[in-house]
Design a binder for this molecule. Structure first.
Ligand SMILES: Nc1nc2c(ncn2[C@@H]2O[C@H](COP(=O)(O)OP(=O)(O)O)[C@@H](O)[C@H]2O)c(=O)[nH]1
Ligand SMILES: [Mg+2]
Length: 334
């Protein structure tokens, strides 16, 4: 994996749908070695340059235990039954702590993981959300090159990871439990606003009636929200993993959304904004990395500047300018 020619071999393997090369591509992306990072950059560049536009990227969010992985398994199998290839990725900035849940996810998706037309990558490694988001975007590019046409991204972390996943997907699913109406308040309301499809999961047996009421509440609430930029009116569905008809209804709604964004060309717009967000984030990441590597040996210099700013000895603008001088980035023309 050390020379540039190797990425071409991996790329060819991806195009042939070779799972071994897919695994190698993933390790290349996660590698910290400079030579691997260079090769990964060339590989991803080729993947995005030649990428097909007709894939569907779905983000799935909801509280831990609501049933995201279980629903992904059901939807994945429904998609495969129609001849699609499914890649499942999870975004979890705190994966080191929740190692157990990742293991759980794999067992939750047993049938899907055994399927030759599915590829499951439990989690991108990384400590910061920015780092994990970067890796996940790269995983998506690799999976699409490897002929996977349905990409499901599960958010495992809470809070900011929803926005990160929203920014890299075409459709957003929000799972809630029967009776859980508190999502309509506070921060969670923002997530409801992002959703293209709201799923009241675990809707079976004695919970069925409550689930229908919850769905109604959400329908009423969504009615008051503005129509999304895509022109799509978000749907609310009840679902249970024990009711295959409810899964069919979900899958049908997903395909309706797909037809919708294809027919009004919104998919192209989504891809464009996903690319520019990727660019913006990468630029920020690289600049931060440059900052920390520049001050690696003397982090106290940064701290000292911060402290002088807080004591009002130095203005933020001059402090940042001093830092930029060290980074050899010229802001003087501004
Ligand atoms: N009764 C019931 N249990 C479910 C349903 N969906 C998921 N579960 C269970 O809920 C638990 C958590 O599911 P999981 O998919 O890991 O949730 P995640 O943390 O959101 O990914 C597991 O024990 C699942 O078997 C459902 O529709 N009905
Ligand atoms: Mg899960």
């Amino acid at each position: 994996m050390r020379q540039n020619r190797d990425w071409k071999e991996i790329y060819k393997g991806l195009k042939d749908g070779n799972r071994v090369q897919l695994g190698i591509a993933f390790s290349l992306i996660e590698s910290k070695r400079q030579a691997d990072r260079d090769a990964a950059a060339l590989l991803i560049n080729e993947c995005t340059r030649t990428s097909r536009q007709d894939t569907l990227r779905i983000g799935i969010t909801g509280s831990p235990g609501v049933g995201k992985s279980s629903v992904i398994e059901k939807l994945g199998l429904a998609a495969i039954a129609e001849g699609r290839k499914v890649a499942v990725l999870a975004i979890d900035p705190s994966s080191s702590i929740s190692g157990g849940s990742i293991l759980g996810d794999k067992t939750r998706m047993q049938e899907l993981s055994a399927n030759q037309r599915a590829f499951i990558r439990p989690s991108a490694a990384g400590k910061t959300l920015g780092g994990v988001a970067k890796t996940t975007r790269e995983f998506i590019a690799i999976c699409e090159a490897a002929t996977y046409d349905l990409i499901l991204v599960e958010t495992v972390g809470v809070g900011q990871s929803e926005t990160a996943v929203y920014d890299m997907t075409d459709m957003f699913l929000f799972l809630v439990l029967p009776g859980a109406g508190d999502e309509l308040q506070g921060i969670k309301r923002g997530i409801v606003e992002m959703a293209d499809l709201l799923v009241v999961n675990k809707s079976e047996k004695d919970r069925k009636k409550l689930a229908s009421q919850t769905a109604l509440d959400y329908r009423n609430a969504l009615h008051l929200l503005r129509v999304k930029d895509s022109g799509w009116k978000p749907a609310v569905k009840t679902h249970s993993i024990y009711d295959s008809e409810s899964t069919s209804a979900l899958w049908k709604n997903i395909k309706e959304y797909e037809d919708h964004i294809n027919s009004n060309n919104y998919r192209l717009e989504l891809r464009r904004s996903q690319q520019t967000k990727w660019f913006d984030e990468l630029l920020q990441n690289e600049l931060l990395e440059k900052l920390f590597s520049t001050f690696k040996n003397k982090p106290s210099d940064l701290e000292e500047l911060r402290s002088r700013v807080s004591k009002m000895e130095l203005s933020p603008i001059m402090a940042v300018r001093k830092i930029m001088d060290r980074l050899e980035i010229n802001l003087k023309h501004q």
